[in-house]
Design a protein around this ligand. Structure first.
Ligand SMILES: Cc1ncc(COP(=O)(O)O)c(C=O)c1O
Length: 459
């Protein structure tokens, strides 16, 4: 076991980590990441790791881009900050224009914030504000899906469907959040249509049970991360659109992960051919070179609020539309286009998925590979081909250190995930070519092999 570096000691002394157990933080193998280049990062001991999660689904253009740093510096020298309360600034305007140009349908209004949670809070509040402005004052409930993750702030947490993140905070959350089944394992019955999907009918049934006049918003990710890269059945999003229109409920696609190329398109909504009322985004909008989030909103909804008695969206924050963050967003979006990264994802997604399917074919401890674009989950079973699930003890042991140990040993950043199953989640930078994908697949193969051996030893 190596000795702790001075950075590791200082981190333990002063830096409070996010969602990290104390025992893991205090362990001597805590990793201090020091620098990055392309799809790889290095720790302070000089060890090299493959970043198979794009940081946290966000370093879409990879690490170490001097051009993004230059864009930030140029803007800092010119105007580091000014609020977007009543004023605007050129980079915020240009970033909004670029986003609006690529957003589906008439979603051409962009409200900037600083993170995905704030984007979701803003969407929840915009929906409520819109309904109130139209005299529809009873609408405040929000429907989302089981195992969905929408963020940590109290509104976003209320619509999140992951019990372990919420339970301690339940008394602090508003009573309007409802959760319905997600699309996991849901299939269109033979001879039926998407309207026959149980996951579609659950949404309509919930709206009716609540009383449509009390429902404000349906929020869902095009491909849901929680429960492992759930790709919706064909027609699912068209049905959500139809149901929301029928009952006067707004529809928000939470694309904090999906947008900016993760699925090979500017938005996941484009990939599934739907025009929601709002799209929340963050992460990839700057490839994480600056914190930035936001909401794309249909113009008629914004106009309706402008024209109402209230006359404004009653929400804001100091750093929304920050000139440096939006200047980096502009540089990032231009680079995505010039370097054809969406095309890179689309031309490699089948290769990537086939590689994962091959790993599953070689190892009976995998029972499912899900996902699309550069966004996948592989799910562990005791015996995948014979549909024998992990025992509770096996799942608990894998989830509480065994799997993360194997991942750490493989020097790859991918996420061991315990939300509803035992899984690994993969989401490499969008600039990853086949050489990087081969490297990623070989490390995943190594981890899966070790899980298989470990399960054998435990039988
Ligand atoms: C779909 C979705 N919404 C919201 C969030 C919250 O974003 P943030 O962590 O930037 O607050 C996340 C974070 O991963 C997310 O995946």
């Amino acid at each position: 076991m190596r000795s702790s570096t001075s950075e590791q000691v200082l981190a333990k002394d002063h830096l409070l980590p996010h969602y990290t157990k104390g025992v893991a933080w205090k362990a001597s193998n805590h990793t201090v990441i020091d620098r990055g280049e392309g799809c790889y990062v290095w720790d302070t001991d000089g060890n090299k790791y493959l970043d198979g999660l794009a940081g946290l689904f966000c370093t879409n253009m990879g690490h170490g881009r001097a051009d993004f740093a230059a864009a930030a510096m140029k803007q800092m020298e010119k105007l580091a900050y000014f609020p977007t309360w009543g004023y605007s600034n050129p980079p915020a305007i240009e970033a909004a224009k670029l986003i609006a140009e690529h957003a589906p349908g008439d979603l051409d209004q962009v409200f900037f914030v600083n993170s995905g949670s704030e984007a979701v809070e803003s969407a929840l509040k915009f929906a409520r504000n819109y309904h109130v402005s139209q005299g529809d004052t009873a609408r405040y409930k929000v429907i989302s899906r089981e195992w969905s993750y929408h963020g940590t702030t109290l509104g976003a947490l209320a619509v999140t469907g992951v019990p372990k993140f919420k339970k301690d905070f339940a008394p602090m959350m508003w009573d309007g959040a409802r959760h319905v089944m997600n699309t996991h394992n849901d299939e269109i019955p033979a001879g039926g249509t998407a309207a026959d999907l149980a996951s579609v009918q659950a949404i309509e049934a919930q709206i009716l049970a609540e009383g449509p006049e009390t429902v404000s918003l349906v929020i869902a990710e095009p491909v849901q991360n929680g429960r492992g890269a759930l790709v919706p059945p064909d027609g699912y999003w068209q049905e959500l659109r139809r149901i929301c229109d029928k009952y006067g409920v707004l529809l928000c696609a939470d694309e904090v992960i999906n947008a900016f190329g993760r699925l090979g398109h500017f938005t996941g909504s484009e990939r599934f051919g739907v025009v929601p009322d709002m799209i929340t985004f963050a992460k990839g909008v700057t490839s994480a070179y600056q914190p930035l989030g936001g909401v794309m909103i249909r113009k008629p909804l914004v106009e309706a609020i402008w024209d109402s008695k209230a006359g404004f969206f009653n929400h804001g924050s100091t750093f929304g539309g920050h000139p440096v963050a939006t200047a980096v967003a502009v540089a990032n979006m231009k680079a995505m286009k010039e370097e054809k990264v969406f095309e890179n994802v689309l031309s490699n997604e089948d290769y990537f998925k086939n590689g994962l399917n091959q790993i599953m074919a070689n190892h009976s401890c995998l029972g499912d590979v899900r996902g699309t674009g550069y966004f996948y989950a592989v799910e562990f079973w005791k015996d995948g081909p014979n549909r024998v699930p992990l025992s509770d003890d096996e799942a608990a042991a894998l989830q509480s250190g065994v799997l993360s140990g194997f991942v750490r040993d493989a020097k790859v950043m991918i996420r061991p995930d315990d939300r509803g199953a035992t899984m690994l989640v993969l989401s490499p930078p969008l600039v990853a070519d086949r050489k990087v994908l081969d490297d990623l697949l070989s490390r995943v193969d190594q981890i899966v092999e070790r899980v298989g051996d470990w399960l054998e030893g435990n039988r």
